[in-house]
Design a protein around this ligand. Structure first.
Ligand code: SF4
Length: 447
């Protein structure tokens, strides 16, 4: 089905609500989301995908030895007929012998679920024969279409199963929930900046769920005095459980991209913990430093036309950050504007459009909005609006480059992107990208 395309001042919410539904919410599968939430944990966690090689195929990343490793039972046609539990049992025994592993998490796939593999009973039977902690998550694509469901399952199960109730709270401390890139790789460097600035403000970062966590840190999640929600879809099971069982409240803060959103993020924490206005002076010094450095980049980026293509939650914050860099946002493309929470589709379009309308009025935005568009609609809109740079998921980089258009990832996969230093890094990356030879050719071609 073709997606929707309209001018920002002509959004008809009812139309979008009626158009969209569960059928359109199909990005990845929950197994993929669960894997993503686990792969950034420390290497005392072993991930076991119980299914065919294909389910594990795209998960060969270039990460080092310090993070969780993935194993796969590589089910074959034969296993589909006779069952694959024997392979799984053998793998569990092998991993159980490894002194470096504390926790084994098994993820089911369509194949193992469709043939009715009874992994819960297998684990029950192995309980007295193995020493390591082990549990299964039913994550197959046929039972869950959305990646954030997988994230949510991982974080909430880890906390429910292994976090101790008896920890003493640390004053002025937070858990950051719903962020899952390895700490020491690529954009995980953003988390170092988070840690450093919180430290300066007198706030302790108790943990990022699940980035850089080992089994022992999971036990200590209840030491935080506040949970900060990074991604609502990934965090909802955890924050509600922790509120009820550990008496830890939660705050939903802006995604810290750009100066305004970053300063809002930290200011709200300063206010929440009552740390006083002098701490806000620290933020002002950061802002001044970044503003000074940004002026050169802005000269190059000024009036370049941008398309932002990403999920609803992040889009609006990213748009604000790009406007701060003086880019013109000409196309906003939502991959999806509905969330699934468990089995039900939550209609969040209204809230997204309200926020979009606020942005339109505040910044005088004049752009096209695409919702669930196909690639032809997307390309037509980019051409019609003479877009210079597309912000999209990194897997679409090649396609955008093949169009001759500059590209920047809209997720934080490849470079620092959040907070003050991340914003400078984003500006630098955009400047470099807009000087690529293919991009210049494209501009000559369009003239
Ligand atoms: S949808 Fe099913 S078959 Fe595809 S990767 Fe996910 S679990 Fe594997």
């Amino acid at each position: 089905m073709r997606g929707l395309r309209f001018k920002i001042n002509e959004i008809q919410e009812d139309f979008v609500q009626n158009y969209s539904g569960k059928d359109n919410v199909n990005y990845g599968c929950s197994m993929r989301g669960a894997w993503r939430a686990l792969q950034c944990m420390k290497n005392d966690v072993a991930i076991v995908i119980h299914g065919p090689k294909g389910c594990n195929n795209e998960f060969k990343l270039d990460y080092e030895d310090t993070i969780a490793k993935t194993y796969c039972t590589e089910m074959t046609e034969n296993d589909v007929i006779t069952g694959g539990l024997g392979k799984l049992e053998k793998l569990i025994f092998d991993l159980d012998k490894r002194p470096d592993i504390s926790l084994i998490v098994i993820l089911t796939t369509c194949t193992s679920e469709l043939i009715g593999e009874d992994i819960d009973t297998l684990l029950q039977n192995l309980k007295n024969k193995t020493t390591k902690k082990c549990f299964v998550l039913h994550t197959s694509g046929i039972s869950g279409m959305v990646q954030s469901d997988g994230h949510n399952m991982v974080i909430s199960n880890l906390i429910k199963k292994y976090t101790s109730k008896n920890n003493e709270k640390i004053k002025n401390s937070i858990n950051y929930i719903g962020y899952s890139w390895p700490f020491d790789h690529r954009a995980g460097r953003d988390m170092h900046e988070l840690n450093r600035i919180l430290d300066e403000l007198g706030i302790k970062l108790n943990g990022v769920y699940t980035s850089n966590l080992g089994f022992s840190e999971i036990k200590e999640a209840s030491r935080a005095s506040l949970n900060v929600v990074r991604c609502p879809g990934s965090a909802y099971g955890t924050i509600n459980f922790m509120k009820e069982n550990f008496n830890i409240p939660y705050l939903k803060l802006p995604i810290p991209v750009g100066l305004k959103n970053t300063t809002d993020f930290f200011s709200k924490l300063i206010d929440y913990f009552g740390l006083g206005n002098e701490k806000k002076q620290i933020l002002r010094s950061y802002e001044e430093f970044v503003c000074q450095k940004l002026s050169l980049y802005k000269e190059i980026l000024k009036s370049k036309k941008a398309c932002v293509a990403v999920g609803a939650n992040r889009t609006l914050y990213l748009v604000e950050a790009l406007l701060e860099l003086e880019l013109e946002v000409k196309v906003i493309s939502f991959y999806r504007i509905h969330e699934t929470i468990g089995d039900s589709v939550v209609k969040i379009a209204g809230k997204t459009f309200e926020n979009l309308e606020r942005l339109r009025q505040r910044y005088n935005l004049d752009c096209e909005v695409l919702v669930y568009s196909d690639s032809k609609q997307f390309y037509d809109s980019i051409k019609k609006n003479a877009v210079d740079i597309v912000f999209d998921v990194h897997t679409n980089r090649k396609m955008i480059h093949n169009m001759g258009i500059a590209f920047s990832e809209s997720m934080d996969v490849e470079q620092p992107y959040h907070f003050y230093y991340g914003f400078l890094s984003l500006a630098e990356t955009l400047t470099k990208e807009l000087n690529q030879p293919f991009y210049k050719k494209y501009k000559e071609f369009c003239r």
